[in-house]
Design a protein around this ligand. Structure first.
Ligand SMILES: C[S@@+](CC[C@H](N)C(=O)[O-])C[C@H]1O[C@@H](n2cnc3c(N)ncnc32)[C@H](O)[C@@H]1O
Length: 205
């Protein structure tokens, strides 16, 4: 009886998180500016040069940062707006269920997993990264772009900073390094904030 109740509660929570993100899909172009998208694409193309195997953008939202990547998200609305959707390269998947559901890739067949501005939503990042490992082979990567300046305080956020992510990845056997870069905004779009600091973590096995 108790088990039934809590499973129901978990399902409701997942549904409401999906619903929340679905409702934000329509206005995402107001969140992610063209400057950010351009800079993230440039950073990622540098990191993904020479990578062999599939490229998968986890928690992709409606934006694609690599023309050939698979977009993975748990929100139908986000995925439907992602350009990879019409190419048949989208995957609806809840990363919180990665312990009991496989990704649609063979072991050792993924060249890179990419995460842009979304690691803060992983409840058990260490567990998710260790599950992702099975899909990677020698020379494959996890590339993470994020910002330590985002002031994460929301209840659903894990508040992990770049240093924490690097430590987690190193503990799991990745060779991980982190560097920072700026995004320069046009004063028209962000009159008060002309540049913002971001980090990029590259973790290789
Ligand atoms: C902050 S948005 C980032 C979107 C995109 N990466 C970007 O930077 O523009 C977070 C995304 O993660 C997705 N998401 C959150 N939790 C998820 C989960 N457990 N599994 C899969 N996707 C998830 C949401 O639907 C949303 O699209």
């Amino acid at each position: 009886m108790r088990r039934g109740k809590s499973a129901g509660l978990i399902k409701t929570q997942i549904k409401s998180r999906r619903h929340y993100w679905g409702s934000r899909a329509k206005s995402w172009h107001l969140v992610r500016t063209p400057e950010e998208i351009r800079t993230f694409r440039k950073e990622l193309s540098q990191s993904l040069r020479g990578v062999r195997g599939s490229i998968v953008e986890l928690m992709s939202g409606p934006v694609s940062y690599h023309h050939n990547a698979f977009a993975l998200d748990f929100s139908t609305e986000m995925l439907r707006r992602n350009p990879q959707f019409s190419k048949g390269k989208s995957i609806q998947f809840d990363l919180h269920s990665i312990h009991n559901r496989r990704l649609p890739f063979r072991d050792s067949s993924v060249g890179a997993f990419v995460i842009v501005n979304a690691t803060q939503y992983l409840k058990k990042p260490s567990f998710v990264f260790s599950e992702l490992r099975r899909y990677l082979s020698k020379g494959s990567k996890i590339v993470i772009i994020g910002s330590d300046a985002r002031g994460a305080t929301g209840k659903e956020l894990n508040n992990l900073m770049s240093d924490d992510l690097v430590s987690i990845l190193q503990r799991l056997g990745f060779e991980a390094n982190c560097r920072s870069f700026n995004v320069f905004y046009s004063p028209k779009i962000r009159p008060l904030e002309h540049k913002a600091p971001y980090y990029k973590i590259e973790a290789k096995i």
